[in-house]
Each structure stands twice: as C-alpha cells, then as structure tokens.
Design a protein around this ligand. Structure first.
Ligand SMILES: Cc1cc2nc3c(=O)[nH]c(=O)nc-3n(C[C@H](O)[C@H](O)[C@H](O)COP(=O)(O)OP(=O)(O)OC[C@H]3O[C@@H](n4cnc5c(N)ncnc54)[C@H](O)[C@@H]3O)c2cc1C
Length: 338
C-alpha cells in the first residue's frame, strides 16, 4: 500500500482551493480497502474519502489521510425484456457512465448528463437534475464498513433517499466506503422532459425526443448556464433549495409574485434558493477572488486564489441576508471540510 506525503489537493477539488493533505492513498479494489484499514496510517489518522472532489470545500489543510476511490468497471449483472441491471465501480466518472448508457441504448439517466464527480458519490446526496434523481434508477449500493471491513449491500429502500440526502450523509457518514452501485436502466425509452428547458432546447435543435437528443439538450443547457470548473472554480449549487410550508410560500407569493417554488406535497413547497439569493442582490458579487456567479446566484465561485475560509465567510453573509429578508434558513449542499 502506497502513502504519499504532503500532497496538493488543488487539482483534486473543483473549487480549486489550495490545500494540502498529510497523507494520500488510492484504492483500486475491495481487498485494498480491507488491507488499508489494518494499516497504522489509517488507524492513526483522520481520513476523508475523495471521489471527483466536486462537492467538497476545503477550509484548511487536511491533517490526515485522503483516500481516493479509483475502483472502476461497468458490468451487466442481469437483464430482462425491459431492464438491464448494471453494476458500476465507485471510481467511474458519472458523465462517462451516462454516455456509456446512451451508447448501449439504455434510458433513465440522460437528464443527469454532465454532473461532475464519480459513481461512488452519486447515492450520497442522491444527485438530481432536470426532474430526475439518481434514486429513481439505483438498485443497490455496495459498501465496506471501515471499522470491521465487512461488506454491506444496501437496497434502494435501505439507502433512505430524500432530496439531496441519504443514509450515507447521515447515520453512515464517514463510516463506510461505497465500492459499487447498481442501476436498473430501461431498454425502452422512458423520457422525462417536464422540467427545465429541455423541450425548448430540443425544438431549438430541431431534434426529436430521443434519449441521445435529451442527453445532448441537457449538455447544451448546462454548458450555457453553469460555470465550467476547469475555467472558474466552483462546486455547482452551493446551497440546497429550502423546503418551507406552502402557507408561508403563499404569503411570500403575495409580496413577490415572481418567487420560484415547486410544490412537494399538500403542505410543503421547495423554494429556489438561487431566486432568494438573487433577490438579496448577491448575483455577480465579488470580494477578492471569492464570488457569486454572474448568471447563477446559487453557485459560489473561486476566481483563482480564494481560500475556503473566504468562501465560507461569503456563504455565511448570504445565509444571513436570506434569513433577514425572507425568514428562511438556507443550508450548504457542499461538504465543508475542516
Ligand atoms: C459544475 C457543477 C455542477 C453540479 N451539478 C450538480 C447537479 O446538477 N446535481 C447534483 O446533485 N449535484 C451537482 N453537483 C455536485 C456534485 O457533482 C455531486 O454531488 C457529485 O455526486 C459529487 O461527486 P464527487 O465524486 O465529486 O464527490 P466528492 O466531492 O469527491 O465527495 C462528496 C462526498 O462524498 C463522499 N464520498 C465520495 N466518494 C465516496 C465513496 N466512494 N464512499 C463513501 N463516501 C464517498 C466524500 O467523502 C464527500 O463527503 C455539481 C457540481 C459542480 C462542480
């Protein structure tokens, strides 16, 4: 087992934050995880599992062990007339898997194209975009308990998926390492174009509603709307959309007719956090290299040399102003480390 010392994490987090870790290692198989947890380096240090680093904000150097999950492989476990059950290694890039599914004539994850990061993190916050959440297609999650090395296989129900949430973000946070995820992908196209601008983009492209065209439409929309982390450091949506009582939403609608919300149930409404932040005047704000993106108020950005602490300071100011103006608490979606 190789441990490197004092490694820079700048290229390993999409926020592009300068931070070093004390120790760094890569995992390529389940047996390596079982071996790792017996080592002194693991036993004596704090650790952090890293995938693509696209949902993480380092606020200082990490004085412990970073374990980068590099387990690869895409294998079809079973199929019937309608479904292929596909098991994928945690270290496989999410978008590459989306493209693989399209090339193999499978449908179900085309709306989730271009989401950065790896397969292993996809169940953790139940990634979602354009009306689809990954919980809709996850069959099982394979994980190793980092205390005793035992393997656990979680059914979809056992993952306790919710909006940007799962058991892995709560009870099991930092206790297990996800090694594989299996997905039920559809052989017959089941399209969801009800959300966002997908239909408009398909008309603009003059393209029919096929799985591949929906994937391309999503890619185009995302490229137009979201900053590319290779150009401006960011972690996508910094805050979760808050869920409030529908009665409160109605009152706010009286004051702000253009408020954006989606009914979750009879009693609850999810409010677009980007709209709230924009209304507080933050869009395009910049202090040194920490800022709020000029087109997307929900995305905090690092123009180059921002520190994690500067991003946090900005996030706190935004939370405070949203609370003062709307009496709504907004919370980070991003994992804050340090
Ligand atoms: C430009 C941009 C756009 C984005 N758009 C979206 C979007 O539309 N929808 C959405 O839901 N998200 C979005 N995100 C957030 C991000 O892409 C997802 O949360 C993604 O799943 C994170 O994957 P990752 O591999 O980079 O995880 P990391 O950032 O490396 O890790 C995230 C968390 O998961 C843990 N972790 C990672 N891998 C494992 C593992 N194998 N086992 C156990 N724990 C693990 C880490 O310890 C950490 O706590 C966006 C991010 C960016 C930068």
């Amino acid at each position: 087992m190789n441990f490197s010392k004092n490694i820079s994490l700048k290229k390993l987090n999409t926020f592009g934050i300068k931070a070093n870790c004390k120790l760094f290692t890569e995992i390529h198989s389940k047996s390596q995880i079982k071996h790792l947890i017996q080592t002194e380096e693991f036993k004596r240090n704090n650790y952090l599992i890293l995938g693509g680093g696209s949902n993480i904000l380092f606020t200082k150097d990490f004085n412990g062990l970073i374990i980068k999950n590099e387990i690869i492989g895409i294998n079809i476990l079973s199929e019937n007339d309608h479904i292929k059950n596909v098991k994928v290694g945690a270290g496989v890039n999410w978008h590459k898997f989306v493209l693989w599914s399209i090339e193999n004539g499978l449908s179900g994850i085309e709306n989730l194209a271009l989401i950065p990061g790896n397969i292993g993190a996809s169940p953790i916050q139940n990634i979602g975009a354009y009306g689809v959440e990954v919980k809709d297609v996850i069959d099982k999650v394979w994980a190793i308990n980092l205390k005793d090395g035992n393997e656990h296989i979680f059914t979809n129900l056992e993952c306790k998926f919710k909006y940007r949430d799962s058991i892995f973000k709560n009870e099991l946070k930092d206790k297990i390492m996800i090694t594989h995820v299996s997905f039920n992908l559809s052989k017959t196209a089941i399209h969801n174009t009800s959300y966002g601008d997908i239909n408009e983009e398909l008309s603009r492209l003059g393209a029919e509603r096929s799985t591949k065209n929906i994937c391309n439409a999503v890619i185009n929309i995302r490229k137009r709307k979201l900053p590319n982390p290779d150009e401006i450091g960011n972690s996508g949506s910094f805050f979760k959309n808050p869920v409030i009582k529908s009665s409160k939403f109605k009152k706010l609608q009286g004051l702000y007719p253009d408020i954006v919300g989606y009914k979750m149930s009879e009693t609850d409404t999810k409010v677009a956090a980007g709209w709230l932040i924009d209304k507080c005047g933050w869009k395009g704000h910049r202090n040194n290299d920490a800022g709020v993106h000029k087109n997307q108020a929900l995305v905090l950005v690092n123009y180059g040399e921002a520190t994690g602490k500067e991003i946090i300071l900005l996030a706190k100011k935004i939370q405070k102003s949203v609370k003062e103006k709307f009496d709504i608490n907004i919370y980070p979606e991003v994992n804050i480390i340090g």
